[in-house]
Design a protein. Structure first.
Length: 175
């Protein structure tokens, strides 16, 4: 205990400044809420599925719920059942054990449904793509609307991917 107190007494105060935050995405919150209302007419409900990941992407997804990002305030919420979801947010490589469960969740999601692959593993299979227990990327099983690469992608990129999927859903299909 005394050694720790001595070390604290010898240590100088840090001189580095706190880095500035990037709050540029916050200015789009009204537009984001309007985009969600234009496409769905209500809040966006997301079902997150872990198809066999290391949980790095899940930690970044959970960060979206903290007070800094506050996606609940933007009209985006996570639901426990795919029957209540508008979007499936899938992380991890598609493992053999989760293949049927992911397919059933996709089938249970009502139309129009969106599928977003989060993280390098869901997009390409990542470092696990050659494993005996992995079927490959999510796109081998489901039609993926948006991929968000990164290992793990930062929360702001996940939010941008969700918005990209929504805006693509809203865009009219050319004849």
């Amino acid at each position: 205990m005394w050694q720790l107190i001595k070390q604290m007494a010898r240590t100088d105060t840090p001189t580095l400044r706190v880095p500035e935050g990037d709050d540029a995405w916050r200015t789009e919150s009204r537009r984001l809420q309007q985009d969600i209302l234009d496409v769905l007419g209500r809040a966006l409900c997301i079902r997150e599925i872990d198809a066999g990941s290391c949980n790095g992407c899940e930690l970044e997804i959970h960060a979206l719920n903290n007070p800094y990002y506050n996606i609940e305030g933007l009209g985006i919420r996570f639901v426990a059942s795919p029957r209540h979801a508008d979007m499936l947010l899938v992380t991890g490589p598609l493992t053999l054990n989760m293949k049927e469960a992911v397919w059933q969740a996709y089938e249970a999601t009502p139309h129009p449904k969106l599928v977003v692959a989060v993280g390098e593993c869901a997009c390409t299979g990542g470092m696990f793509k050659d494993s005996y227990a992995v079927c490959g990327p999510l796109s081998k099983l489901l039609p993926v609307d948006v991929t968000i690469p990164g290992c793990p992608p930062p929360p702001i990129d996940i939010l941008r991917g969700i918005l990209t999927a929504l805006r693509a859903q809203r865009a009219p299909v050319p004849p």
